[in-house]
Design a protein around this ligand. Structure first.
Ligand SMILES: [Zn+2]
Length: 78
């Protein structure tokens, strides 16, 4: 299953904070400055790692997503 988060322009613009499911950071939506030119919507790029794994808190509980992702990562490292 792909965790890619494409075409999320409208979600990100309605969010206050975002998280990146790749580097697991939480940051303000104002920090997102890079976007891809995908159709039909642009895709946010993480300001920390530059990948398109960004989720907004408009329709997501990003605290929970990051917590779960960290847990999964630690589990996989064992
Ligand atoms: Zn990132």
């Amino acid at each position: 299953m792909s965790k890619k988060t494409s075409h999320n322009f409208s979600v990100i613009k309605n969010s206050k904070r975002c998280c990146c499911t790749y580097c697991l950071r939480i940051f303000s939506v104002n920090e997102v400055v890079d976007w891809t030119d995908d159709e039909p919507e642009q895709t946010a790029l993480c300001p920390h790692c530059g990948l398109d794994f960004v989720l907004g808190d408009y329709n997501n509980d990003i605290e929970q997503i990051v917590r779960k992702a960290k847990y999964d990562k630690e589990k996989n490292n064992r």
